[in-house]
Write a protein that binds this ligand. Sequence first.
Ligand SMILES: [Fe+2]
Ligand SMILES: [Fe+2]
Length: 474
Amino acid sequence: MKNLKLAVVADLHHYSRTLGDTGGAYYRRSSTDQKCLAESGDITDAIFAEIAASDCDAVLIAGDLSNDGEKVSHAEIREKMARLAEKKPVYVVYATHDWCNSNDAARYEGEEVIHEGVPTMTPPELREYYRDYGPKDALSEYVCEIGASSYCVKVKEGFRILGINDDKNGKGCAGYTDEHFAWILGQIKEAKEAGDTVIAMQHHLIMPGISMLVNGGQIIADAGERADAMADAGLEYLFVGHSHMQRISSRISGNGNRLWQINLGSSSGYPAPWTMFTVDDTRAYVDVNYLREFTFDGEVRTDEYIKEHTLGVVKNIIENADKGEEALARQLRCYGLDWSKVGIPYPVVRKFAQHVKNDSIKQIAGYINALTFGKGIDKEAANLLDNVKLSNLVYTLFLNVFDGSVNKFAPDTPVYRVVTDAASLPRRFTKLFPIPALKSGKPAELFAKIEQTAKEVLWPSGPDNQHAILDRRK
Ligand SMILES: [Fe+2]
Ligand SMILES: [Fe+2]
């Protein structure tokens, strides 16, 4: 039986340390980012070393190679790529962060963020720059509207890789123009007729991973239609990045053809994953590996270091709110917020932060039940969570968003019952107080999405996001 083994990563977001890695401005940038910045190069080195030592046939990198499109970050990551390519063929697509779509490229000096003197790259430049990693060996290449490249390459007997640049659909959104899409469908059909299996990758999502509430802004234009047409043409597996959230989802077209989307986490942020994907004639196997250790500035850092960095995004606010008004103001500044304009007295914020930080789920449920005449939260379930602090549960669920719910809570567990009760409060509130504006339209949709999101983060509805066996189409 023929098979193909791919190591797949996404959202490396390589940040060159020559752009600055100390001082207040760097701290503000770094501490509000799920990903590690200064550490990204060392993390990538460690992940690439694991991949080079593995038995994969090839490596796929699904976009956002650089932090913000800086030329210097591209130069460094391309060097790392070249070293890996000495061991394994490497195929990449690049995306908006690789050509600085947001104009955010900057360097950091003391308290200053400096945008001048940080050259970035354009999509046509990237096409040349990464030519060796896909287009050079392509059976076919398509140059998109922005000058970036999509390509199809035969990676091994019986298998092709379809690398898609999905940055623009010709109407200002992520996606593909009709002409580009016709080329994509053509490549899938051609491969099928030749008896080859196609594995595709692009940067943006084609279906929500967790929910439309979380992923709605990360999906390409006309996603459902495009996904169904690709599935009907014969595509079964599509790798995507962008959300930085590890999750496997699928969608079945009207003709009964299923397309699997394997959304990869960011390799430079928690949980620093790289995925081994094996496909044969009957099944595909998804196995996510996590980086356990890397060396940064000569010191060994573990996965806990990366986890703490990601957690810092929420933890730093809660912690600093309890450390005095100045600490809170400093932390809010990291998020671009001016404390003097918030208009809430500091003691109120401090009290709230203390409750969030120190209270148990049982205590918090008690307050909610006092306000809702005992109807808000399942009391029996909450009583079983006397030893669980709200803050710890918030941190666990926050990490679940990125790691594909490593810590699952089945529907019969107290945590599931309490959290879904809390998530359903807005909907139930509108039932108690039938305000027409809240019952229909946008608010009702939003409340339904909140509930769906909570359920998906607690207990994913799809296959296991870390280790899955996905049957192939007959
Ligand atoms: Fe990204
Ligand atoms: Fe992205």
